[in-house]
Design a protein around this ligand. Structure first.
Ligand code: ZN
Length: 466
């Protein structure tokens, strides 16, 4: 057999547009694209007829917390990557929260090895950056990290091991860390919420007896995000450090990023599909199950966020997949929403929800392909190996049916923490992931993930950032 796979009659995304063709894959790569209906199908081990479907480059999820190794009761690379495959994510970018975090070369190396043993799909790794490891950063990049993540607060009580080498305690440490970071080739992503401001507001709300679900979005006020983004911009200007803001949720913060870019600051912003889809009313209704940080914002903010996505201020859309046990969420129902852990295991919902937005006319499919695959791959120097349908690229595909409507169900999800996905249960969506192809191998078909592919996933190493 000459080919591993032929995708016949593919309506595929390339160079910002869609084209028709037969896509030929061999040895994990795209080796040819010929006129639709003209390939020699007898020469392929597998033929997928994609007539009536759309073929996108495999989704690159910019923001994932599988956390392996740390809490196998929540998720590991095997279960997490099966959820990725269910949602056509062919490469996940794993954030640096783990025990131990990738705050040095050895830890990163061990983490990559673990993912190679367990993952079904390909993966890239963030490194952990903090004040304490600020002189190790270039070494971590050389080992293959795509970028760094830093938290702007001390480790939360009880989670010190998970946050080792990931934090700065105050603005002074942040500034010194960014000075050191500026001389490396990496980009530094920040979770932008001013923790001191939030704890002061929390104390005040407790004193006032506010104890409903609204406590969550009232305490994590928008100003906590805008203040933090503003600090990052000022320090980036002063140090020359390349920066990024993850899960941006406040329009005013987006405006700051837009202006900073015009000012010559090297800054990018990511948002998540839930900030484009849900709002305060969902926190009111779902309580801890709609609790994430930063919180879902007002309906008016959500509308404005779309504007900053479509005008290019925001570079990419991720899932911020964050698994927790049922108990870690349900405690928020009985003891107050502030007791519940923050985050949703959302990776398998990223694509169907965004496709539903395409169907409702919010965004075109070509634009979406950039925000959830091409732009992300480019930013992390994984392009054109990833995020691209062209000869020589990895044969990674998200094959979808834009017309199929269905109702989501927790029962059919793959994350080990799917039980807490109540926000995404029973949702009517239009646009269905049909096949997930990783380097020419089908790992998901019609919603069923091939669980025998444990360990098939490979480490996606960025080309050296220049
Ligand atoms: Zn996150």
């Amino acid at each position: 057999m000459k080919y591993q796979l032929i995708i016949k009659n593919a309506h595929y995304f390339a160079n910002g547009d869609f084209f028709y063709g037969d896509i030929l894959a061999a040895g994990g790569k795209i080796v040819g694209i010929v006129a639709a209906g003209t390939a020699d199908y007898d020469q392929a081990e597998r033929v997928i007829d994609a007539a009536g479907l759309e073929v996108l480059p495999g989704i690159v999820d910019s923001h994932v917390h599988f956390r392996d190794p740390s809490r196998p009761d929540r998720e590991d690379f095997y279960t997490g990557s099966s959820a990725a495959a269910a949602g056509c994510v062919t490469t996940f970018c794993e954030m640096p929260l783990a025990i131990p975090p990738p705050c040095n070369v050895e830890n990163l190396h061990n983490r990559i090895r673990l993912a190679e043993e367990r993952s079904i799909v390909d993966f890239a790794m963030f490194g952990a950056a903090g004040y304490d490891n600020r002189y190790l950063l270039q070494d971590i990049l050389d080992e293959g990290a795509i970028a760094f993540k830093t938290f702007l607060h001390p480790a939360p009580a009880g989670r010190e091991k998970e946050f080792d080498g990931l934090t700065v305690n105050d603005d002074g440490q942040l500034y010194i860390m960014m000075q050191a970071a500026a001389s490396t080739t990496g980009r530094y992503f920040f979770h932008c919420e001013n923790a001191k401001l939030i704890s002061a507001i929390e104390a005040d709300l407790h004193e006032k007896g506010v104890n409903g679900n609204e406590f969550h979005y009232l305490s994590r006020a928008e100003v906590a995000e805008t203040e933090s983004v503003s600090t990052i911009i000022q320090f980036a200007k002063a140090t020359g450090c390349k920066v990024g803001v993850v899960h941006i949720s406040v329009p005013e913060a987006c405006q700051m990023v837009k202006e900073a870019k015009m000012d010559g600051v090297d800054i990018v912003a990511e948002t998540c599909f839930h900030y484009l889809t849900y709002d305060h009313s969902h926190i009111d209704e779902f309580g801890p199950y709609a609790k994430c940080n930063p919180p879902l914002r007002s309906a008016a903010d959500k509308e404005k966020l779309w504007g900053y996505l479509l005008d290019g201020t925001i570079t990419m859309v991720g899932s911020d997949h964050a698994p927790f046990t049922p108990e870690e969420k349900s405690i928020g129902l009985t003891q107050g929403i502030w007791k519940a852990y923050s985050g949703m295991p959302a990776i398998e919902m990223l694509l169907p929800i965004m496709l539903t937005h395409v169907n409702s006319g919010r965004i075109t499919l070509a634009q979406l392909a950039r925000y959830i695959s091409e732009n992300t791959a480019k930013l992390f120097h994984l392009y054109p190996q990833k995020g691209c349908i062209a000869v020589g690229s990895d044969a990674d595909f998200a094959i979808i049916d834009m017309n199929e409507e269905y109702v989501t169900s927790i029962e059919k999800m793959y994350s080990k923490s799917k039980a807490i996905n109540k926000l995404f249960d029973g949702t009517k969506v239009k646009g269905k992931p049909k096949y997930t192809v990783v380097r020419g191998t089908v790992v998901m078909e019609n919603g069923v993930v091939d669980m025998s592919k444990k360990g098939y996933g490979q480490f996606a190493r960025p080309q050296k950032a220049k």
